[in-house]
Design a protein around this ligand. Structure first.
Ligand code: TMP
Length: 231
C-alpha cells in the first residue's frame, strides 16, 4: 500500500539521534496544518497508547538484558499496532500522516546495527505493516559526533527534569552508531526516489526549505483532505 493507490500521504522522518529531527518535524507539521491539511502526527516507537508502553521497555537503560531478537519484535509489535489502529485508517481517509521514524530505522539499527540482517527485517515488515510504506522519507544526515553530542545534552536535560530514562540505544558504542549511519547511506542509495537525504549541518531554515520542496512534490500527486474542507 503505497503512493497514488490510496488517497493519503505518508511521510516519515529518519536520522541518527541529534539530527534535528524533532525540530524539523515540528516545523513541517506546523506548515502543513497552516495550509489546512488534515494531519496525523505519530512516532515509532510510540504512537498509540499501547505503543507508548512498548517504547518504555525498548528505551529504558535498565533493560540491558533485552535480546536483539526480542528488541526487533518489540519495535515491530509497536509498529503493527500503530499501522492497524492509526496509520492505515488515516491514509484511507486521505489524511497526511507524519511519522517520526518507521521501518527504515529498523533496517538501520536492528538489521545492520545489531547485525540481524535485512532479509528478516523486510519479512517481518511485510507481516507487521501490511505493505504500508512511506511515500516520502526525509533522512536528516548528521555527522556522528555532532549528533551524539546533541543527544547526550538532551539526555542530561531529561535526567535533570526527572523525565523517563530513554538512553538504552544512545548509550551504544561508537561503532554501533557508525554502522547505523552507513546503513542509512546505503538505504538512500537503494531507494533514491523515496528517501530524500538532507544535510542536517545546514541552518534550520535551509533544512526546512529542502524538506518543504520535497513534500510539495508529493502533495500535488495525492487527493488530500483539508481539515477545513467541510466547515
Ligand atoms: P527517538 O529518540 O527518535 O524517539 O528513537 C528512539 C530510539 O530507538 C533511537 O535511538 C532509535 C531507536 N530505534 C531503533 O533502534 N529501531 C527502530 O525501529 C526505531 C523506530 C527506533
Amino acid at each position: 500500500m503505497t503512493d497514488a493507490r490510496r488517497p493519503g500521504l505518508f511521510l516519515s522522518f529518519e536520522g541518527m539521534d541529534g539530527s534535528g529531527k524533532t525540530t524539523q518535524m515540528r516545523l513541517l507539521i506546523d506548515r502543513l496544518r497552516a495550509e489546512g491539511y488534515d494531519l496525523l502526527e505519530t512516532a515509532e516507537p510510540g504512537g498509540t497508547p499501547i505503543g507508548l508502553q512498548i517504547r518504555k521497555i525498548l528505551l529504558d537503560s535498565a533493560n540491558q538484558e533485552l535480546s536483539s531478537r526480542a528488541e526487533l519484535l518489540l519495535y515491530f509489535a509497536c509498529r503493527a499496532q500503530n499501522v492497524d489502529q492509526w496509520i492505515r485508517p488515516a491514509l484511507a481517509e486521505g489524511r497526511v500522516v507524519v511519522s517520526d521514524r518507521f521501518t527504515d530505522s529498523t533496517l538501520a539499527y536492528q538489521a545492520v546495527g545489531r547485525g540481524l540482517g535485512e532479509g528478516i527485517v523486510r519479512e517481518i515488515h511485510r507481516f507487521a505493516c501490511r505493505e504500508v510504506q512511506p511515500d516520502l522519507t526525509v533522512y536528516l544526515d548528521v555527522d556522528r559526533e555532532v549528533g551524539l553530542a546533541r543527544a547526550r545534552a538532551r539526555n542530561q536535560e531529561r535526567a535533570a527534569a526527572a523525565a523517563p530514562d530513554e538512553t538504552r540505544i544512545d548509550d551504544e558504542a561508537a561503532e554501533f552508531h557508525d554502522r547505523v549511519r552507513a546503513a542509512y547511506a546505503r538505504l538512500c542509495d537503494q531507494e533514491p526516489s523515496r528517501i530524500r537525504r538532507v544535510d542536517a549541518g545546514q541552518s534550520i531554515d535551509e533544512v526546512a526549505a529542502a524538506i518543504w520542496s520535497a513534500v510539495e512534490e508529493h502533495i500535488a500527486a495525492h487527493s488530500l483532505r483539508k481539515a477545513t474542507a467541510d466547515v
